[in-house]
Design a binder for this molecule. Sequence first.
Ligand SMILES: Nc1ncnc2c1ncn2[C@@H]1O[C@H](COP(=O)(O)OP(=O)(O)O)[C@@H](O)[C@H]1O
Ligand SMILES: [Mg+2]
Length: 280
Amino acid sequence: MHTTEREFVKMVLIEIKDLHASVNDIEILRGVNLKINRGEVVALLGPNGHGKSTLLQVIMGHPNYKVTKGEILYKGQDVLAMSVNERARAGLFLAMQNPSEVPGVQISDFLRAAINTKREKPIKPIELFRVIDKASKEMQMPHDLASRNLNEGFSGGEKKRHEILQMKLLKPEFAMLDEIDSGLDVDGIRIVSQQINEEKKDKTFLVISHYARLYELINPTRAIVMINGRVAIEGGMDVIKRIDQEGYEWIQVEHNINIEREDKRPIVLEICAVNERSKQ
Ligand SMILES: Nc1ncnc2c1ncn2[C@@H]1O[C@H](COP(=O)(O)OP(=O)(O)O)[C@@H](O)[C@H]1O
Ligand SMILES: [Mg+2]
């Protein structure tokens, strides 16, 4: 069965091996192993404070996290050796759990910088406004979006929609969405999940949410649960539904895993792929 084996190897998009990462000398990720195949939609669950956001930030290259051991391979390339911009160019994208408000930066400038990171020739202004206008309509965002400041005065739901709008414009191959449904009302969840379903055709997703409601709409191929900085268990919609209804206690009992209590620790500032670029 050599061919099948080779085909399987070819299909792996991202592979994380024994990843350890710390913030302020506290080890948060303690040996994450995870392989995601091209075309998958992987649901990432886990109690608060167990390293879900940290994992995504480390994959994207947040400077606050120090990788102390392990590796991340994306299409066989060493991700940890790449800058944030190189990762974005290679097709990685992160929609952050708490997108920051950046009062001095206009959305059109921000999106232009982000789009240009991935292009040889800069996008023409007319083309830029055309794509922003189209994406804003699809996301049902305000028509004057382009002239507003990044996330300033946005409601929680608008911030989340704007993250998906960025994903639509940047066209990543591997999109990581961190609690994309938090702060969204029923309409927002419908719009966001519709967009994810459309983008599923040519993208691979890693999606953090606490709620079965979102996952029922986007139909993940697999669910993984992160506990104590490691991938503790894996399953399907059954695991997601059980967590939604019962929480995490049963994993402690049935899988004999001691779930450590979340410590109250300082919150990190989040970055995104284009920060370096938009400063230039
Ligand atoms: N700058 C920081 N300093 C110290 N601890 C931090 C920092 N940022 C995050 N942490 C801690 O790392 C742990 C994992 O956080 P996080 O990855 O955000 O968890 P999750 O997304 O699973 O809720 C938490 O205990 C959090 O308090
Ligand atoms: Mg988180």
